[in-house]
Write a protein that binds this ligand. Sequence first.
Ligand SMILES: *[C@@H]1O[C@H](CO)[C@@H](O)[C@H](O)[C@H]1NC(C)=O
Ligand SMILES: *[C@@H]1O[C@H](CO)[C@@H](O)[C@H](O)[C@H]1NC(C)=O
Ligand SMILES: *[C@@H]1O[C@H](CO)[C@@H](O)[C@H](O)[C@H]1NC(C)=O
Ligand SMILES: *[C@@H]1O[C@H](CO)[C@@H](O)[C@H](O)[C@H]1NC(C)=O
Ligand SMILES: *[C@@H]1O[C@H](CO)[C@@H](O)[C@H](O)[C@H]1NC(C)=O
Ligand SMILES: *[C@@H]1O[C@H](CO)[C@@H](O)[C@H](O)[C@H]1NC(C)=O
Ligand SMILES: *[C@@H]1O[C@H](CO)[C@@H](O)[C@H](O)[C@H]1NC(C)=O
Ligand SMILES: *[C@@H]1O[C@H](CO)[C@@H](O)[C@H](O)[C@H]1NC(C)=O
Ligand SMILES: [Zn+2]
Length: 462
Amino acid sequence: MQVSGYLFAVIACSGLTLSVQTGNQTRLESGNDSPPLLLVSFDGFRADYLNKYSFPNLEKFYSDGVLVHELTNVFTTKTFPNHYSLVTGLYAESHGILASIMYDPVTKKNFSIQNDRDPFWWNEATPIWVSVEQSGYRAAAAMWPGTNVNIQNRTLKYTFDYDPKVTFQERLGNITQWMTTDKSVKFAALYWEEPDRSGHIYGPDNSTEMTRVLKEVDGYIGLLMEQLNKTGLWGKINVIITSDHGMTQCSPQRLIILDNCIIPSSYMVVDLTPVAAIIPLEDISTVYKNLSACHIHMKAYLKDDVPDRLHYKNNGRIQPILLVADEGWTIVKNGGLPRLGDHGYDNTLPSMHPFLAAHGPAFRKGYKMSSFNSVDLYPLMCHLIGIAPMANNGSFAHVRCALVSEQCGELALAVGLVIGVLIILTTFTCLFKLMKNRDVSSPRPFARLELEDDGDDEPLLE
Ligand SMILES: *[C@@H]1O[C@H](CO)[C@@H](O)[C@H](O)[C@H]1NC(C)=O
Ligand SMILES: *[C@@H]1O[C@H](CO)[C@@H](O)[C@H](O)[C@H]1NC(C)=O
Ligand SMILES: *[C@@H]1O[C@H](CO)[C@@H](O)[C@H](O)[C@H]1NC(C)=O
Ligand SMILES: *[C@@H]1O[C@H](CO)[C@@H](O)[C@H](O)[C@H]1NC(C)=O
Ligand SMILES: *[C@@H]1O[C@H](CO)[C@@H](O)[C@H](O)[C@H]1NC(C)=O
Ligand SMILES: *[C@@H]1O[C@H](CO)[C@@H](O)[C@H](O)[C@H]1NC(C)=O
Ligand SMILES: *[C@@H]1O[C@H](CO)[C@@H](O)[C@H](O)[C@H]1NC(C)=O
Ligand SMILES: *[C@@H]1O[C@H](CO)[C@@H](O)[C@H](O)[C@H]1NC(C)=O
Ligand SMILES: [Zn+2]
């Protein structure tokens, strides 16, 4: 008993060593026969919706897989920057999609959600679907931002032109069809606009509307599982469901009106709220001074003074002055509140964080993690499909515990604890027996009976 206990302890310790070694991102044990990966994003799915609303299908999904309660996403917590961070593992300053509206001062080009097809904006990074195709596999995508753009001189064969009118069922139907008819599809991405859209229109505090839309989203997760099951993919492929950012409530009582602080002709706005990109048209120090003093719930930064933790400084597309509103505050030039819910704020705010759930042969079952960074997803995905990751800002070590193949510190610790307890119990049992044997040798009425008992552990009478 004791010997086997120590043996287990030794095994547990070697498990710990092994886990350190597998933390190496360059190790690709999954190889070429690794199963395909499907990445799904429900836009604007705030992490704590999971605590406030009911999700029977999502719960079914992660109870047989992994749930990560919240992801720390990247600044600005907007749709395009974060969708690109998920698939590149880079902060916005390093992948170049800095906002959903951008201006390039060198080429004088403009970027917006309606005008996003110019490769110029995307080519500062290599998204995972390009690496997948460069590795000789195929990638497929339905509406994921950037997947219909020719990036690094690659255009996907299986892709959609962006069209919000294409239903979830149609996007999903095409994805599963591509994955089943072409076995070389190694990576697929699926995007859906809700609950972001309703969050903006009604505000996340409107529980009536949020209950409605989140029930709909959970229904789509049910549909996803059903469709994967029907096509034989369920349980065979790895599936990750996540989002780009959260959502917070705005109010007409929380407006920051720039026209109250600065002459309109003295600056140009590239992007406005809750993070404004400002180009001064007059002396920059005057413009900066007026904007700095504009409102206690808005911070102004000169480009070089943007805090390092935001990773939002080193890129030519970041404008000379950056304004950042406090949570729930809206920046306007003049006029009223544009929408009741918004995101884009500081990425340390819990309301800006999305969640992540995963299912499939690579993932533990019924495993929960409190959080990791959204840039950590990229090295995880590269590991899952067995391709080499590009240089990135994520860490495989943060996420590896979600995988069945990884010996985790926590697991080894738990095993070690169990073994420790067993050793202590064994020791006590032995001591107890020794003491009992001593008692036996003392003259007592039933001593003989005990001695006659043929070696059984428990004395019959005592
Ligand atoms: C671990 O990573 C380093 C570079 O980060 C690489 O040089 C080394 O070969 C890797 N080791 C293994 C075992 O993959
Ligand atoms: C880009 O946007 C700015 C500001 O709205 C505008 O003045 C400029 O003409 C646009 N440039 C192009 C090339 O469309
Ligand atoms: C872009 O790809 C095409 C084929 O897809 C190839 O003919 C062309 O040479 C490539 N251009 C560059 C600059 O790599
Ligand atoms: C693929 O999407 C198109 C809409 O673009 C739709 O008409 C078609 O039915 C979809 N295919 C499947 C298999 O769902
Ligand atoms: C939620 O939105 C609906 C539809 O706009 C509206 O009728 C209702 O008053 C809102 N509820 C709250 C609590 O704001
Ligand atoms: C998959 O389909 C089988 C047979 O219809 C069913 O028993 C099972 O519950 C389904 N699993 C999921 C996750 O939908
Ligand atoms: C800056 O603010 C001052 C005082 O409110 C105002 O007089 C001045 O016109 C403003 N300057 C600009 C460039 O907006
Ligand atoms: C993020 O990764 C890129 C690519 O390796 C690198 O250039 C950049 O310095 C990294 N950023 C930080 C803050 O480490
Ligand atoms: Zn979004």
